[in-house]
Design a protein around this ligand. Structure first.
Ligand code: F6R
Length: 623
């Protein structure tokens, strides 16, 4: 898989200097709260001991604990806000994690792919585990490595060569007072350079009130920090120069990574979010590894029908799931709005698999649909972004998207990762049921592995889309057309525009146009057309080309999203937005991005707050 930077989860802050680390770290964690989290913790060195306080829930819970059980005032410490991926959001799973001797503390952002194998080896060697996290293996590996070298930076380098996946790690050890060691691979880590004090953090927001001088760690590097300086090495110990820079953002811009709105930051995080959701789930041999879902392959072989239930954007991801499941798994698949599902009489039994898609895991309509399905004897697989939330707990199995916290109300990175998740499930069904040959599955697996890079490519070419959006800021309506998987993308594009820009917008299956909606077309009406790839199902392309001509002949202003090299669309496109070439079924991953950018830019041009659209809540917990 292409190297990518997984920056979407958890907050890290560590301090070494003359001030009490507990206060500086707590202040840093407050600055990282915007990232979203479900538990938090702090550890400081105190002579012979590592002192640790952790608490599930908001930082206020940790502060309450610190009020009754204060930490000592030493100058070396670290803290973490956790967004659960492995293990529920409990006190015990909160970071920092300690080794068996309570001699060292470690915090981690990312996913350790080979944690299960390492945990088994460490247990065998006599280590005791106290959490369900992937991170804890690092604490025990560091314990052994430090035992051999007595040097925390060397121990970190040794451990980094043993672990796979993405990680920013920071550790302190009681036998290395005044030292903080950090490491990174595919996940960011930055050093704040103060006057006689130093910081290590997942982003500059954590220390920007103390210093604006920063040192960026490169890929596969370890940093050893003391109050007077930092030494950076590669994982094999070669000393390198980190990049020094000055941060010129203020606090609020720093929280949003320099963007004006969280939603814009979340759109930009999509390559990372897609990469994180694929991590460890595709093998190099081109197969799917979804053991973590608790999906029993024997049960999947008996499934005779799939029903997807979801709301809003998640429902659109469900519509795309139908195409993927029917094509790769050869199973009949229905998709239903969760709010409608339980008010009819769906025919379900124990051979039915219900897939509930929900970012928050708390949407009441979807939860009720899950309960209804379970009462009817069906098995339920949740696709969810929030670890330990209600819908996965009410389901038989769960596949977590790893989009990280989504703060903007409109779904962006959560939607794209839901697409990744439904592709994984559809391919997995094809794999275990033998409906696709191994080489066919492998081909798609390789295509999927390349999608983070393709999403990044789209994001680099969005300036013309912003320009089109600004020009259309006073349009009364925008229509969206698509066919096949482009149809749900059209629906999603219209939903984004309605909720963010408060404009009338409609998505249509292009073939339906002639059955009514074409009456809406008059001179100047903007019509966004999501073109299928010209290769693959060529008939889809030629049909949509004809629809494009029909609307243009009636005066529509056509904004065409088309694959690179698709020259056939050029004569009929007033505006042409290019997306990279991907397989037909995977195209929504790239074609939805310009529609998100279009809606957000148009909303900003109309003076709207895109993070908090009027009348909407992030999670709808009423029916
Ligand atoms: C649209 C949007 C909503 C959600 C819907 C379901 O941008 O955010 O339509 O997709 O409310 O929410 P979850 O996925 O949390 O169940």
């Amino acid at each position: 898989m292409a190297a990518s930077t997984l920056s979407v989860m958890c907050g890290i802050v560590a301090y070494v200097g003359a001030r009490p680390a507990k206060d500086v770290v707590l202040e840093g964690l407050r600055r990282l709260e915007y990232r979203g989290y479900d538990s938090a913790g702090i550890a400081v060195l105190d002579g012979e001991e590592v002192e640790l306080r952790r608490k599930a829930g908001p930082l206020a819970n940790l502060e309450e604990l610190l009020a009754v059980s204060p930490l000592p005032s030493s100058g070396t410490g670290l803290g973490h806000t956790r967004w659960a991926t492995h293990g529920a959001p409990t006190d015990d799973n909160a970071h920092p994690h300690l080794d068996c001797k309570n001699a060292l503390a470690v915090i981690h952002n990312g996913v350790i792919e080979n944690h299960a194998t390492l945990r088994a080896q460490l247990l065998e060697a006599g280590h005791r585990f106290r959490s369900e996290t992937d991170t804890e293996v690092v604490a025990h590996l560091l314990e052994d490595a430090f035992g051999q070298s007595g040097d925390l930076a060397q121990a970190m380098r040794d451990v980094c060569r043993m672990i796979d996946g993405s990680f920013s790690l920071v550790a302190v050890h009681r036998d290395a007072p005044g030292v903080v060691v950090g490491a990174r691979r595919n996940s960011p880590l930055v050093v704040g350079v103060g006057d006689g004090e130093m910081f290590v953090a997942s982003d500059v927001a954590a220390f920007i009130s103390a210093t604006r001088d920063a040192l960026e760690l490169g890929q596969d590097q370890v940093v050893c920090v003391t109050p007077s300086g930092a030494e950076v090495t590669t994982f094999d110990g070669t000393v390198v120069n980190g990049r020094r820079y000055h941060v010129d953002w203020d606090i609020s811009a720093a929280e949003k990574g320099g963007y004006d709105y969280f939603m814009l930051k979340e759109i930009a995080e999509q390559p990372d979010a897609v990469a994180a959701t694929l991590l460890g789930r595709l093998t190099h041999e081109g197969t799917l590894a979804l053991d973590e879902t608790r999906l029993d392959p024997r049960l999947l072989r008996d499934v005779d029908k799939i029903v997807v239930v979801a709301c809003g954007s998640a429902y659109h991801a469900g519509l795309i799931a139908k195409y993927a499941i029917e094509h790769w798994a050869g199973l009949p698949c229905e998709v239903e709005l969760a709010s409608e599902f339980r008010y009819r009489d769906p025919i379900l039994d124990k051979q039915s698999l219900v897939i509930a898609i929900s970012q928050s895991g708390e949407t009441l309509d979807t939860l009720m649909a899950v309960q209804h399905a379970k009462e009817m004897g069906a098995r339920v697989l949740a696709i969810c972004n929030v670890n330990g939330s209600t819908i996965p707990r009410a389901s038989d199995a769960v596949l977590y998207t790893r989009a990280g916290p989504e703060i903007g109300v409109a779904a962006t990175k959560s939607f794209v990762t839901q697409l990744v998740a439904v592709y994984l499930v559809a391919l997995y069904l094809g794999q275990v049921r033998g409906t696709k040959f191994g080489d066919e599955v492998a081909e798609v697996v390789h295509e999927l592995a390349a999608t983070p890079e393709k999403v990044a490519q789209v994001l680099q070419t969005m300036e013309p889309v912003r320009e089109i959006a600004r020009q259309l800021a006073s349009a009364p309506t925008v229509l969206f057309l698509g066919r096949h998987v482009g149809y749900p993308v059209a629906l999603e594009g219209a939903l984004k525009l309605k909720e963010l820009a408060y404009m009338h917008a409609e998505g249509f299956a292009a073939g339906e146009l002639k059955h009514g909606p074409i009456a809406l077309i008059e001179r100047g009406v903007p019509v966004v057309i999501v073109m299928p790839p010209p290769t693959g199902r060529a008939v889809l392309h030629s049909k949509l080309l004809a629809n494009m001509q029909e609307v243009r002949a009636r005066g529509a202003y056509t904004i065409v999203i088309a694959e690179e090299g698709d020259t056939a669309v050029e004569p009929y496109a007033d505006e042409l937005v290019r997306v990279p070439r991907v397989a037909t079924l995977l195209q929504p991953i790239v074609s939805v991005i310009p529609l998100q950018v279009f809606a957000s830019e148009l909303a900003v041009a109309r003076g709207n707050n895109v993070d908090r659209p009027r009348n909407l809540a992030k999670s709808v917990t009423v029916e």
